[in-house]
Design a protein around this ligand. Structure first.
Ligand SMILES: *Cc1c(COP(=O)(O)O)cnc(C)c1O
Length: 361
């Protein structure tokens, strides 16, 4: 058997094993073409079928209404940090953001190139330990932007802020896409780099309400405008076909598991195992996120000293629990437990946390 470990890295991140096995099986001969998916034309009927199935998977799993378009783009979520304001900005109206961590800050920075930005709420003064409550966006904002899950700090929205009817809510869901059931109608635009909770690096998923694709001025570079790719079903130019293919296989597996509501249940069980291990540790493990803002996807905590954390990372790796070191900006430990992380991996980590504490407390 091939060696496999439990991979707690934040992204690129673990993928469902059945999806990888399927990719391996068809790597040399995709859909009986005698060619690999890596070699086949993006204009072939086989690719076209796969491309549309990937879109249908997103639509089905997230119950995306008909008046929303689904796009596969390149450039990562970071490209959307400028593409969102570029496409949604309206002269004379503020663009409003909530600052819940490093990714929000990067998005805010890019929006400033396009006009007035208002940060309406922030948790920066308390090292981003929580999601601000009672967020209030202006009625005249061009759009309102939030980061659904803060991969670095381990916080996640538990309810979505409201906006006025004609103020679209835009959400960066790079690290929590499909982690729980949501109502897409609450959002104007959802975007997500695939490499955390959907598939491999190299593709970004966008879900855009139809009325929002026409705001960008015509007099601008072709690929800046979302509507260029909307008009061509994300085939205006060569799409990142392999990344879309793997994402499609990962979604096939998610469907087999019972879809987003089924994975939400498992995700809640997984997160509870680790938060319980923190809460029951008498302060040995110190959770970074406030209990009312805890992420289902990234569990962050610190230990008493850097030495102890280094030791824990090393001992974890010996047990095939890898990638537990926290982000360099806050240090500490982080377990990323995306949809593809099996319950068994989290059980093993929770046991390890208990044993490590008993040995080192
Ligand atoms: C990782 C991450 C990004 C950056 O994604 P890229 O695809 O690398 O640009 C943006 N937002 C969030 C919430 C992330 O976790």
């Amino acid at each position: 058997m091939t060696k496999r470990v439990y991979n707690f890295y934040p992204g690129p991140a673990t993928l469902p094993l059945p999806a990888l096995e399927k990719a391996k099986e068809e790597l040399l001969n995709f859909m009986d073409t005698g060619m690999s998916i890596l070699e086949i034309s993006h204009r072939s009927k086989e690719y076209d079928e796969l491309h549309n199935e990937a879109i249908a998977n997103v639509r089905g799993l997230m119950n995306v209404p008909d008046d929303y378009k689904i796009l596969w783009l390149q450039g990562g979520a970071s490209t959307q940090f400028w593409q969102v304001p570029f496409n949604l900005q309206i002269d004379g109206k503020p663009m409003e953001y909530v600052n819940t961590g490093g990714w929000s800050k990067k998005a805010i920075k890019e929006a400033k190139y396009y006009g007035e930005v208002k940060v309406v709420a922030s948790s920066e003064e308390d090292t981003f330990k929580y999601i601000p409550k009672d967020i209030s966006f202006s009625d005249d904002a061009a759009f309102a932007h939030i980061t659904g899950n803060n991969t670095l700090y381990g916080t996640e929205y538990q309810t979505w802020p409201k906006t006025a009817e004609d103020v679209p809510l835009v959400c960066d869901m790079s690290s929590n896409l499909m982690d729980q059931v949501i109502d897409v109608k609450d959002f104007g635009v959802i975007y997500a780099g695939a490499q955390k909770n959907l598939g491999p690096a190299g593709v970004t998923l966008l879900i855009i309400r139809e009325d929002l694709i026409d705001r960008a001025s015509e007099d601008s570079p072709t690929l800046f405008k979302w509507r260029t790719e909307v008009a061509k079903n994300s085939l205006f130019h060569t799409p990142p076909s392999f990344a879309i293919y793997i994402s499609k296989l990962a979604m096939d597996y998610l469907k087999e598991l019972g879809g987003v509501s089924a994975i939400e249940k498992i995700n809640r069980e997984k997160a509870k195992l680790l938060y319980d291990a923190i809460d029951e540790s008498d302060g040995f493990y110190r959770g970074h996120a406030r209990a009312d803002s805890r992420s289902l996807m990234n569990v962050t905590f610190t230990l008493e000293s850097d030495e102890l954390e280094t030791k824990m990372v090393a001992e974890g790796a010996k047990r095939d629990l890898v990638g537990l070191k926290g982000h360099r900006s806050i240090g500490g430990m982080r377990a990323s437990i995306y949809n593809a992380m099996p319950l068994d991996g989290v059980k093993k980590l929770a046991e390890f946390m208990k044993e490590f504490r008993e040995e080192n407390q």
